[in-house]
Design a protein around this ligand. Structure first.
Ligand code: HEC
Ligand SMILES: [Cu+2]
Length: 367
């Protein structure tokens, strides 16, 4: 009966059922394989100290764990349904195939209206959807905190084209592109509450190992809750296309021990270093338009359009991951950032090579 529905009853199609079964089995193996391979690819293969693969299958923070649990549950339920359904289809194809000794016996008997069957295939899916709904709702409720959990570290994240500003609010300093967090506070796991804002267009803050993706929307304030479980370096990126340098809008999150974090904070809170040996570069910087865009705390430079440079040397990258923060790359950047990050919002300042060297010598003291 089912054989005819699947179009394998005609004389010419005799024998085609083997192909259909083979096709089904290949499709099934492929679908399951794809998912499992994805999960397996997340296995850490990096050198020590290097960030792990930024995979949602390697959660290192409570909300990311909750999301992965829901993922596995949904996958498990779908996998069971998939295997049962495919099994029944393959069984039907084989069981009801047209055999050689049977002629074309015309249309198979048609059966209408079986209440128990109708009932079963209405109620079972309803139950499954209901369970999935409840589990997802509970997960969303746990993750989506409207108020900072008590004792949270609060940081305001501002998405700019094409870099991230991290404002540590009460702690009294602002930094860029690299978010530093403590694993614990007074021995207890530290919860982190991010307030997400945009300075221009839509962006999206996404560090897959720490939390789900959250859009950063102009004119609107969103929140994201993190609770890291393990020290380490976690990478992420802007996940909403925001213009030509969107791909160079990376995020690095460092989760430190409490003592290391406190040391980092104490350094960030200091005003910029003053070193007379680089006075020429300092003066040149302060006389150039650099100060309209950049802040260096403790100097006249108080621009807020661009990354705060007070402790530039405490960061490992320039231009939100466009280049490593090495002396050579820094010179290239200050000489003409458009070579490194074409289209970015810092123009070439048309300095001479000598002026570039002087300014960079000064910037290199901003530890
Ligand atoms: C018109 C505003 C503007 C001016 C003027 C300007 N910059 Fe920038 N600068 C930016 C912006 C915007 C960025 C971030 C670009 C990005 O990552 O997309 C930036 C990034 C940088 C960075 C990298 C910071 C980081 O953490 O990634 C350095 C270093 C820097 N500028 C130095 C300078 C110096 C030195 C001058 C003066 C010679 C200067 N800038 C003048 C806007 C400006
Ligand atoms: Cu983007």
């Amino acid at each position: 009966m089912l054989g005819s529905c699947l179009g394998v009853s005609g004389q010419d199609d005799r024998g085609h059922w083997e192909w259909i079964v083979a096709g089904r089995v290949i499709a099934m193996t492929w679908a399951i394989g794809l998912f499992v391979a994805n999960a397996a690819a997340a296995a850490p293969v990096c050198a020590p100290g290097q960030p792990e693969m930024p995979s949602m299958f390697l959660p290192r923070s409570e909300p990311a764990e909750i999301i992965l649990e829901i993922t596995w549950l949904v996958f498990g339920i779908c996998a069971v349904i998939f295997v049962i359904m495919e099994g029944l289809i393959i069984w039907a194809i084989i069981r009801y195939r047209q055999r050689r000794d049977e002629g074309d016996s015309g249309e198979p008997p048609q059966i209408y209206g079986s209440n128990p069957i109708e009932f079963a295939w209405t109620v079972i899916p309803l139950l499954i959807v209901f369970i999935l709904f409840l589990v997802s709702a509970r997960g969303i409720f746990e993750i989506d905190k409207q108020e900072p959990p008590p004792g949270s570290l609060e940081v305001t994240v501002v998405g700019h084209r094409w870099w991230w500003e991290f404002d540590y609010g009460e702690l009294g300093f602002v930094t860029a592109n690299e978010l530093h967090l403590p694993l614990t506070k007074d021995g207890e796991a530290q919860s982190v509450y991010l307030t997400l804002e945009s300075a221009d267009v839509l962006h999206s803050f996404w560090v897959p190992q720490l939390a789900g993706k959250k859009d950063v929307v102009p004119g609107r304030t969103n929140h994201l809750w993190l609770k890291p479980r393990q020290m380490g370096t976690y990478v992420g990126q802007c996940a909403e296309y925001c213009g030509n340098q969107h791909a160079n809008m990376l995020i690095t999150v460092y989760v430190h021990s409490e003592a290391d974090f406190d040391r980092w904070v104490a350094n960030q809170q200091l005003d910029a270093a003053q070193d007379d040996s680089v006075a020429a570069g300092h003066d040149l910087f302060m006389q150039t338009a650099c100060i309209n865009c950049h802040t260096i705390r403790g100097t006249v430079a108080d621009g807020t359009f661009a990354p705060d440079l007070t402790h530039l040397m405490s960061r490992s990258v320039l231009g939100a991951g466009a280049a490593a923060n090495t002396p050579d790359r820094l010179r290239e950047w200050v000489w003409d950032p458009q070579n490194i990050k074409p289209g970015c919002d810092m123009p070439s300042m048309k300095l001479s090579r000598h002026e570039t060297d002087l300014i960079c010598a000064y910037l290199e003291t901003l530890k």
